[in-house]
Design a protein around this ligand. Structure first.
Ligand code: AMP
Ligand code: MN
Ligand code: MN
Length: 324
């Protein structure tokens, strides 16, 4: 039986467990990582044994203490028999697919999902969902408040990283008064926005190389209302391990007159990932058509086809929607 929890019930479920696994989505972003590290830190202060899992490598965020404690894809490779926990709490994910192999390798008595994606399917028994929250980190701030959990400086920096990245530095349309209030409270708790911003706003040379390749593919359609760019799998493979493509979709997004921006990344022979941004239409509906998800203005999905076919599939579904 599926149940939507309130904040207190969510907090209680976490405190009732002793051995807790936290899972975050593949291609982990600042919100997923920051929320998990913060929640783990709070729960460890209550004597809980907490392990964070992600079925991927982590690019960037080296400035966050404890980032190395997160179990990544190489650690999952070593798990031959499923691990067992009292609770598996899945953060910042709207579908089970987003945690990859964790669903087979990490089992638990209870499953909880804390999330802010409007496309959330309610895929486990217990869910705390706030589709209006700018970030999962915003929810964790509210959870800490409801439970009177102490947010120390390190926890505040983790949560600020999540809030700051998912809200586009408190500027995207998902930013609401509660987002700013949470940010202010984190500042009071010792968060250091300037340090976080400095650490996030750097680009390594491999990423720059890949970005120049992608920019060269910039293509416009529908009188310039759609802009998209791509990297094919040969180009991607050259810098796959080092380059961080998270911000690439912002380049088509910021072009004058563009309403829908997409970055296509061919990660393997028949796997193309789409990162989509919109200024008008609800792009999460497009993502859902391809079994992805996200928010009204930022969404993603994976199409199990080569790049060219994935682009064609996307164009065929966006056609009617961008015209209206
Ligand atoms: P991104 O373009 O990767 O920054 O993702 C934009 C938003 O869509 C984020 O909130 C993601 O969590 C969500 N998202 C991206 N890819 C997927 C996917 N394959 N399935 C569900 N949600 C996704
Ligand atoms: Mn995320
Ligand atoms: Mn998020």
């Amino acid at each position: 039986m599926k149940k939507l929890l309130d904040l207190k019930e969510t907090g209680k479920m976490l405190l009732d467990a002793k051995q807790i696994a936290l899972a975050i989505h593949m291609s982990p972003d600042g919100d997923a990582i920051g929320s998990a590290l913060a929640l783990a830190r709070v729960l460890r202060a209550y004597g809980k044994e907490v392990t964070i899992f992600v079925d991927d490598i982590i690019k960037g965020f080296k400035f966050l203490p404890d980032i190395k404690t997160i179990k990544i894809d190489a650690d999952l490779d070593k798990i031959t028999e499923p691990l067992h926990f009292d609770l598996l709490c899945i953060l910042d994910c709207s579908t089970i697919n987003r945690i990859g192999r964790i669903k087979e390798k990490v089992l638990a008595d209870k499953y909880l999902n804390i999330d802010h994606h409007i496309s959330n399917e309610g895929f486990v028994d217990y869910t705390y969902l706030d589709g209006d929250a700018a970030a999962t980190a915003e929810i964790i701030c509210q959870l800490a408040k409801a439970m009177q959990w102490t947010v120390d400086k390190q926890t505040a920096n983790y949560l600020f990283t999540g809030l700051y990245t998912d809200s586009g530095s408190f500027a995207y349309s998902c930013t609401r008064p509660e987002t700013m209030c949470a940010g202010a409270e984190l500042l009071q708790a010792g968060a250091e926005p300037h340090k976080i911003d400095e650490a996030i706003d750097v680009m390594d040379k491999d990423t720059l190389w890949l970005l120049t390749k992608a920019l060269n593919t910039m293509t416009f359609d529908f009188d310039g209302r759609l802009a998209y760019m791509w990297v094919d799998r040969e180009i991607y493979a050259a810098k796959q391990k080092s380059a961080d493509t998270d911000s690439f979709v912002n380049y088509p997004r910021r072009i004058e007159g563009v309403e829908v921006a997409v970055f296509f990344k061919e990660v393997d022979e028949n796997i193309t990932r789409l990162s989509m941004r919109s200024k008008k239409i609800d792009i999460s509906k497009i993502a859902l058509l391809f079994n992805g998800g996200g928010h009204e203005r930022a969404a993603g999905c994976t199409i199990h086809k080569p790049l060219k076919e994935a682009i064609a599939d996307f164009l065929s579904v966006i056609k009617d929607r961008i015209d209206n």
